[in-house]
Design a protein around this ligand. Structure first.
Ligand code: PMP
Length: 391
């Protein structure tokens, strides 16, 4: 039976303390029939765009077991001991209080570290939260989001949530920035740098040249920038359309804490602040974030170890005859020949080594392998060698 529809009227309580008529909306409620609503009608009330979209599929997270986990670019080393100590100190009765909605201490610490104003910084529950805030701030129905492909697979569902139009522009040879990136009517262009899943770094000069000509808002997702040794936060001073996104999940080894930062000019940030959830960071995350930023020595040490391991792994893979784009992240992205990437991925999983396999047309012939400890990578390389020769 067709769901009866009628034009309902939505009221809301206005700021001036009067009930206001907001407008007429189409409702799927079974008007006038009464009784408990049917589940089909509830699901039928979900926004059309949400029903049509596919949700983001995160990499597998296992509880327990003895896997070598190289599938979500986590850090194989622990967070700074200063972070753990600060967290221990912060666990107590004070948790009954709400966290600071503005995460001021964390934003001040970040502003000092990066040489910008505190009002140019936003803190988030992971950088995914910052990305969500950016998409919600800038993109409405029909607005165009452009990203060079391949890139982070979250951008597509985030665009769908906004009813925005998502356009992927294939990278140039060697996974370089597409030359026509500016020719697609983008309101927002988002670039991962260094890129994920390839690891390729777009040099500052390339990004500067793009910023000098584009009329789009440009988001640079620098989730992996700490492994590359360069970033563009300082370019905010020159380019009002630049927004930079950072995470604590990779180089700071705090993926489980859910911490991210965003940087934009004060006027832009004031708008983004309206969009965030009120208490988007918990008190412990704020404490952990401050301590992590204050221990740059620890960061440099563990980043140095990962970069050394990455250089060695890259050489070993090339020694096996594989093409590996030069990685500036904490992962490598070897091409697996003869259409065998999915098969090799499964062979690794059988040996309890988790890598990441993406099915899209531009990525289906590669595996993304996070950089673990030397011992983990030795086991992984051996398993890869065997899987490749057993073809
Ligand atoms: N951006 C990129 C490019 C990523 O790979 C990730 C991790 N999946 C994120 C952002 C999100 O990281 P988090 O939410 O843990 O900060």
């Amino acid at each position: 039976m067709a769901v009866p529809r009628y034009l309902g009227i939505l009221f809301s309580y206005g700021a001036d303390s009067r009930w206001e008529l907001e407008g007429q909306v189409e409702s799927h409620a079974a008007g006038g029939v009464g009784g408990v609503m049917r589940i089909d009608d509830v699901v039928g009330s979900v926004r059309r765009g949400i029903r049509a979209m596919e949700g983001y599929v995160p990499g597998k997270q296992l509880s327990g077991g003895t896997y070598i986990k190289l599938n979500t670019n986590e850090n194989p080393y622990p967070p700074s001991p200063r972070v753990l100590e600060a967290l221990r100190q912060a666990v107590g009765a004070e948790l009954r209080l709400y966290s600071d909605p503005m995460a001021l201490r964390l934003r001040e610490t970040a502003a000092e570290l990066y040489g910008c104003e505190v009002d140019e910084v936003i803190a988030g529950n992971g950088s995914d939260d910052i990305l969500t805030i950016i998409f919600r701030t800038f993109l409405g129905a029909g607005d165009v989001l452009v990203t060079p492909a391949p890139s982070y697979t979250l951008y597509k569902p985030l665009s769908a949530l906004q009813d925005a139009t998502f356009k992927e522009i294939p990278m140039g040879p060697g996974y370089t920035l597409p030359e026509d990136l500016d020719a697609h009517g983008a309101k927002v262009v988002i670039i991962v740098n260094p890129n994920a899943p390839t690891g390729v770094l777009h040099p500052r000069a390339t990004l500067r040249a793009f910023l000098e000509r584009t009329q789009s808002v440009v988001v640079i997702d620098e989730a992996y920038a700490d492994f590359a040794g360069e970033h563009v936060i300082d370019m905010l001073k020159e380019f009002p359309n630049l927004i930079v996104v950072r995470t604590f999940s990779k180089a700071y080894a705090l993926a489980g804490m859910r911490l991210g930062l965003g940087f934009a000019r004060c006027e832009v940030m004031a708008e983004m602040m309206k969009v965030k959830d009120s208490y988007n960071l918990d008190s412990l995350a704020i404490v952990a974030g401050c301590a992590a930023l204050q221990d740059q020595e620890w960061l440099q040490e563990i980043v140095g170890m990962i970069v050394r391991t990455r250089t060695w792994v890259q050489q070993e893979l090339e020694g096996m005859g594989l093409y590996v784009p030069p990685s500036c992240g904490n992962f490598v992205f070897p091409t697996i020949p003869d259409g065998r990437a999915a098969e090799v991925f499964e062979a690794l999983e059988k040996r309890r080594i988790l890598a990441r396999y993406f099915r899209g047309p531009l990525v289906k012939d590669s595996l993304r392998i996070s950089i673990g400890t030397d011992a983990e990578m030795e086991t992984c390389l051996q398993a890869l060698r065997e899987s490749l020769t057993q073809g």
